[in-house]
Design a protein. Sequence first.
Length: 89
Amino acid sequence: MSELGADIIGLHVGLDVQRSGGINVSLMRKEIQEISSTGSLLSIAGGLNKDRISGMLDLPINIYVVGGAITRSTDPYTSAKELVSLVSK
């Protein structure tokens, strides 16, 4: 993808795969390392929440796309603010 000129490569695990296969993007450490070695920015999405992101901060991830951990929260604003603070460290 980077040879084709991609500035950002997105790795996304959809809800159907998460539910049927028990897979989320945090289980794809090897793939994340391989993609990041291309020199393109890396965006990840799929089952991300505070705990999973905390376990991935050692990986070369540029963009975390979070959905349900914010939208299904009882306090979306605070949840989003906590996640931003977590990845900003």
